[in-house]
Design a protein around this ligand. Structure first.
Ligand code: SF4
Ligand code: SF4
Ligand code: SF4
Length: 291
């Protein structure tokens, strides 16, 4: 039996049991898509629906996005179960760190993961992956995978190349990229950490940011999003993946994560007890305004 079939069958069985036994209110997972090589999200609320669950190399979406975008609809007195790949589990930790969800309200079904495809090949994040086995899960689907040195050993290599550009070269690089943006906001919708109830770009009274696809508004939108995600991005790569204009959004977020790590030694989504550095202060801080 292939690994995909075995994992899919284990996933169906576990989801069915959780729903039959009333341990969870719903299970968020993957089901076959309408096109070959595509999958779609399935939110199962009864054991029959659980038979549709699958897991394979096309299960690229980070389903933790539903824990913020749809959580209020799913919330009940029972936990919600969700299929999460090891990299996606960092989202749950980050959301707990930010007090958006409680650990006891989520049943994590951790999927052992050999990598997912993006386009014709292995996704870029999988080439640098060092955590194929789920941590912090309530149940694990799939066999343990031996961790090996990844093909890409420095995930920040491209960020460093951009850091080495002159200020003018960097300005030209990003201006050219942001000019391609058509302001569809797919990046925001796919991001599990972009969960503001009303995004600043949608505010009209007052309107803070030019809303049409215009160079000035585009620059403002991308800088605001990068600052809002500073040190919060868990690097799932969903924003990059959904941007049909191929704007390398992850590079910006990785740069901000690198800065926060260098300054505060903090990585989002790693330790549920760690406090996000931009949400706390110390009385002995050098800056007067903070006290
Ligand atoms: S980064 Fe690792 S855990 Fe995430 S999809 Fe790729 S191989 Fe799986
Ligand atoms: S997905 Fe791409 S094109 Fe759409 S708003 Fe985001 S960056 Fe712009
Ligand atoms: S990689 Fe993109 S989608 Fe994922 S958390 Fe970071 S900003 Fe959000």
């Amino acid at each position: 039996m292939s690994n995909d079939i075995k994992q899919s069958s284990e996933a169906k069985k576990l989801a069915r049991e959780l729903l039959e036994q009333g341990k969870v209110s719903a299970v968020i997972g993957y089901a076959e898509g309408t096109l070959k090589g595509r999958v779609q999200t399935l939110i199962a609320r009864n054991p029959l629906d659980a038979e549709k669950f699958i897991f394979n190399e096309y299960c690229v979406n980070n389903l933790a996005v539903y824990l913020t975008k749809s959580y209020r609809l799913l919330k009940s007195d029972k936990p919600v179960a969700v299929f999460l790949k090891p990299c996606d589990i960092r989202t749950v930790t980050a959301l707990i760190q930010e007090h958006q969800i409680k650990r006891e309200d989520i049943f994590i079904i951790g999927m052992s993961c050999q990598g997912v495809r993006n386009g014709n090949g292995l996704s870029g994040k999988c080439r640098a992956c060092r955590m194929h086995n789920p941590q912090y899960s309530d149940a694990v689907i799939g066999e343990a995978i031996e961790e090996k040195e990844p093909e890409v050993t420095d995930p920040f290599a491209r960020v460093k190349e951009i850091e080495n550009m002159s200020t003018q070269e960097r300005w030209q690089f990003w201006t050219k990229e942001f000019d391609k943006c058509i302001r569809c906001y797919a990046c925001r919708q796919a991001c599990p950490l972009c969960y503001c109830e009303q995004c600043i770009v949608d505010k009209t009274q007052p309107r803070w940011i030019e809303s049409s696809a215009h160079p000035v508004g585009n620059m403002a939108w991308h800088l605001i999003r990068a600052f809002h995600l500073a040190g919060r991005c868990i690097g799932c790569g969903e924003c990059d993946r959904v941007c049909h204009q191929n704007i390398p959004l992850s590079l910006l977020n990785m740069k901000m994560s690198k800065e926060i790590f260098d300054l505060y030694g903090y990585r989002s989504g790693v330790d549920p007890e760690a406090k996000p550095p931009l949400t706390e202060f110390k009385m002995e801080d050098n800056e007067e305004f903070i006290r």
